[in-house]
Design a protein around this ligand. Structure first.
Ligand code: NAD
Length: 312
């Protein structure tokens, strides 16, 4: 049976997500945006690319939510991206309204869908999606950790000149500058990173990973990263549709795990057809635990600001 994935927001991340997903040939795709003609144009362009790469996928663009009916997965990328000098939290007020509407519209037409949220501030927008959609926590997943870990993997690869397939990195915590790259758990073909890289090189990689989104924003000048975030979403969607039981870092609703409650936060999760099927708890040392709590504090502040702003 063919799956259906709807992507709300057909801007840079939304349309690139459609591109990566079409290449995977795992679902028909719908792109929705408020800009007239744009989702239709992008969908048609992508549809016309698929004979070249030999993929049989239907791609539809629309300004109306009706086209999303009976989706298995809804990806929310609608909203403003950062400008240079802005933090992700600066987007809260505008994006909260956009995400609220997107979830309310789509949930009516696809009551069983799993939601993958990308819009920033990420952890807080995932929280909002769960609340306004009245969704069970396992059906809302925020994308952050695959991207942040992939950035760290890319930087380690550049330093060591080894295949990225051999590099395993794990970045947990909130999707902000306080994120927590776990150097103790990260490795190259099983060898701990700390045994391969001198401390100063490793520290530089950790710092560059934390600021990875900002580095792209300041280079692009308008807009933020899209190839890597969209590739991360495509991997999550594939894990759900194929019921892969894939363990990845992602933003999940915590109910006591890692000592945190009532918060979306980046932790290792297992993804399958039910969405988040398990939250995995690493044994953290004192230093890691302290970094995680600092990151959680930052997410908590933004989430509290949301709660004072929006009635659920
Ligand atoms: N979590 C992550 O890892 C990550 C990575 C990159 C970007 N982001 C975030 O994703 C969001 C989108 O980024 P982008 O680069 O695609 O931005 P973009 O500006 O290219 O695209 C956003 C699109 O949303 C559309 N939109 C606005 N309001 C809408 C509404 N009510 N309904 C439907 N569509 C609407 C806009 O017309 C635009 O086309 C931003 O908030 C950005 O910060 C998150």
């Amino acid at each position: 049976m063919k799956h259906k994935v709807s992507i709300i927001g057909a801007g840079m991340t939304g349309s690139t997500t459609a591109h990566w997903l079409a290449e995977r040939e795992i679902a028909d795709l719908v792109l929705v945006d408020i800009v007239e003609g744009m989702p239709q144009g992008k969908a048609l362009d992508l549809q016309e690319a698929l004979p070249v790469v030999g993929k049989d996928v239907k791609v539809v663009g629309s300004n109306r939510y009706e086209a999303t009916a009976d989706s298995d997965v809804v990806v929310i990328t609608a909203g403003l991206p950062r400008k240079p000098g802005m933090s992700r939290d600066d987007l809260l007020t505008t994006n909260a309204e956009i995400v609220r509407k997107a979830v309310q519209e789509t949930i009516q037409l696809s009551p069983d869908a799993i939601f993958v949220v990308l819009t920033n501030p990420l952890d807080t927008m995932a929280y909002l999606a769960m609340k306004v959609g009245k969704l069970p926590p396992e059906r809302v997943i925020g994308q952050a950790g695959i991207l942040d870990s992939a950035r760290m993997r890319a930087f380690v690869g550049m330093e060591l000149n080894v295949s990225v397939e051999n590099i395993n990195c794990y970045v947990l915590g909130g999707h902000g500058d306080e994120m927590v790259p776990l150097t103790r758990h990260s490795n190259v073909a099983g060898i701990p990173l700390r045994d391969i890289l001198p401390a100063n090189k490793l520290e530089a990689i950790v710092s560059r990973t934390r600021k990875g989104g900002g580095e792209i924003v300041s280079l692009l000048k308008t807009g933020s990263a899209y190839y890597a975030p969209a590739a991360a979403v495509a991997q999550m969607v594939e894990a759900i549709l194929k019921d892969k039981k894939l363990i990845v870092p992602a933003s999940a609703y915590l109910q006591g795990e890692y000592g945190l409650k009532d918060l979306f936060f980046g932790v290792p999760v297992q993804l399958g057809s039910q969405g988040i099927e398990k939250i995995i708890e690493y044994k953290l040392d004192k230093e890691e635990q302290a970094m995680l709590l600092k990151s959680a504090e930052a997410v908590r502040q933004t989430t509290d600001a949301l709660v004072s702003l929006v009635k659920f």
